[in-house]
Ligand binder design. Structure first.
Ligand code: GLC
Length: 532
């Protein structure tokens, strides 16, 4: 079958013009690429970035996602304007579930999943996530992130399963296998050393010899490639001062020669623009280094013309273009996307899949198993649900805060509980469990109630990428308002259970010391009831 595919790819290639070939290497963002553009230029792929939706409508329905995917597909196979008629593929960031779509199941972020230490669970989550992505007729997930977060001041620490390379190694292949078994293309990212930058600076410089880079940050790629991962995304960071997007040693010699990767490499968002001497719409160096598909969200048309000119000028060899296009076509054939027809054909009963009860139950299981108990004086936990409690803190009834970044919007901000139909907050989960047992949850303000415990839910506000970089791991260094709340309750003689929402381990000694029990809930996502 492989030989059939390579023969078919060779035949396709022989019939393609240089413009058609370069077009296959271009991925534009849906805000800047219309189906008419696809019909005219024959782009190989589109993506929606974080916080980008059909018609730029945050509340786009599943049917609207599906309709747009079909529109792009129909345009891509229409040769009437001179394209090669090759089916387009749509990539999306399913960071913790299909997080751009209203009503999707939001799984705990990767840092929480790492705390569970169970590759089998990861496989089930990959399956469920891929099914929800397929339900919107999208073929490609830019996941899993297999970063090994080292300096936790990094704003993407929560996207990393662990600082332990062996745990990341055990998760990477499991996730890739389960996603691709659903017919969705997976992406091992960000290659390589995204979690190893100096001071945890996002897109910063990772400084170490190659053998250390591979042993510390490369183990996930070994199992992802063994699981036949179809794509790898190049990383923004530099390696010993050189931007990886232009580094041939890593993108070709190591990734292909040493690690044996056979799929295609996609660049990150305007990542080629950071390569010395390059722009967002031109970078022969990146293509020659081994980038096969360029994520050029906005300047895709200029990129197309520039790159064709660079080939004609001899800055990029035609054989390099043929190699890149062959890899892209090979993946499209291997995933059945060349013969599948409309993407909606794969989106079986979409309304029943997004936020499906069994997916939410799986997410709730993950939440429960991800909780880390740091302190439990006098066996205060588990609480007796028949007791009387009050719940405090800005994280108590805040589904956006408990979900973190990459949640509907890119930064995970600007959402309200109403944006999460079917989801439960930590507070609503506790209220449900207590009511079921005949207990009581009283308003936080009531002073005179005799409480069996106070529950305080506090922690980080949502953030994504560079916006999450911090200078210090000390929690609320300047304004210890959470500590004050805990101490006020403790001073009233009330036992305090602290629940900490965070994308990374932080320095919370004072809050720990002031609490009778302390649980790290990480970023649990839509199923806050898993905490109860
Ligand atoms: C972002 C991230 C990358 C994501 C891509 C598309 O900047 O670095 O992880 O897949 O752009 O949203």
């Amino acid at each position: 079958q492989d030989s059939d595919i390579s023969a078919q790819v060779a035949r396709d290639l022989a019939g393609m013009t240089l413009e058609q070939k370069v077009a296959q290497m271009i991925q534009g963002e849906i805000k800047y690429v219309t189906p008419d553009h696809v019909r005219k230029y024959g782009l190989g792929s589109v993506l929606n970035g974080g916080g980008s939706f059909p018609d730029d409508d945050k509340y786009a329905s599943v049917a609207e996602w599906v309709a747009l995917a079909d529109e792009y597909y129909d345009a891509s196979v229409d040769r009437s304007q001179g394209s090669a008629g090759i089916p387009i593929i749509w990539g999306t960031d399913a960071v913790h579930g299909h997080n751009n779509v209203i009503g999707a199941t939001l799984f705990p972020h990767n840092v929480a999943l790492g705390a569970v230490r169970d590759p089998e669970l990861i496989g089930r989550i990959g399956t469920a996530t891929a099914r929800e992505v397929r339900a919107t007729a999208i073929d490609w997930m830019f996941a899993p992130t297999i970063a090994v977060a080292t300096d936790l001041r990094w704003g993407r620490a929560y996207e990393s399963f662990s600082s332990d390379p062996d745990l990341v190694e055990s998760y990477a292949g499991a996730y890739v296998s389960s996603v691709q078994a659903e017919g969705v293309i997976a992406t091992a990212k960000h290659y390589i050393g995204d979690g190893g930058t100096l001071r945890g600076t996002d897109q910063g410089n990772t400084r170490m010899p190659l053998d250390a880079l591979l042993s510390r940050h490369g183990k996930g790629y070994v199992t992802a490639i063994a699981a036949d991962v179809k794509t790898v995304m190049a990383s923004f960071n530099s390696w010993n001062g050189d931007k990886i997007h232009g580094n041939r040693e890593l993108l070709t010699d190591v990734l292909r020669g040493q690690l044996g990767f056979e799929g295609f490499v996609v660049s990150d968002w305007n990542g080629i623009g950071q390569v010395a001497g390059c722009e967002d719409d031109r970078c022969a160096k990146a293509i020659n280094a081994g980038i096969d598909m360029i994520m050029v969200p906005e300047d895709w048309e200029s990129m197309l013309h520039t790159t064709v000119a660079q080939v004609e000028a001899g800055e990029i060899s035609l054989s390099r273009i043929d190699e890149a296009v062959s890899r892209i076509l090979k993946v499209k054939y291997e995933m059945g996307l060349m013969s599948r027809g409309k993407p909606s054909l794969g989106a079986a009963e979409p309304e029943g899949v997004i936020g499906a009860p069994e997916h939410r139950a799986l997410a709730r299981e993950a939440v429960r198993r991800s909780l880390v108990l740091l302190k439990n004086n006098n066996g205060l936990l588990p609480l007796n649900p028949a007791g009387t409690y009050a719940i405090f803190g800005e994280g108590a009834d805040n589904i956006g805060m408990q979900s973190g970044g990459w949640t509907i919007t890119w930064q995970g901000t600007g959402n309200t509980n109403e944006d999460f139909p079917g989801a439960t907050s930590i507070q609503s989960g506790i209220e449900e469990a207590v009511a079921a047992a005949g207990g009581k949850v009283v308003a936080a303000a009531s002073e005179n109630e005799q409480l069996d415990a106070a529950i305080v839910v506090f922690g980080e506000q949502p953030y994504a990428e560079t916006q999450g970089d911090i200078d210090s791991l000390a929690w609320q260094q300047r304004n210890k308002r959470d500590l004050k709340l805990i101490e006020q309750l403790a001073d009233r003689g009330i036992s305090v259970v602290s629940i900490f929402l965070t994308g990374r381990p932080l320095w919370v000694n004072a809050e720990l010391n002031a609490s009778d029990a302390f649980v790290v809930a990480w970023l649990p996502g839509s199923e806050g009831a898993g905490v109860a």
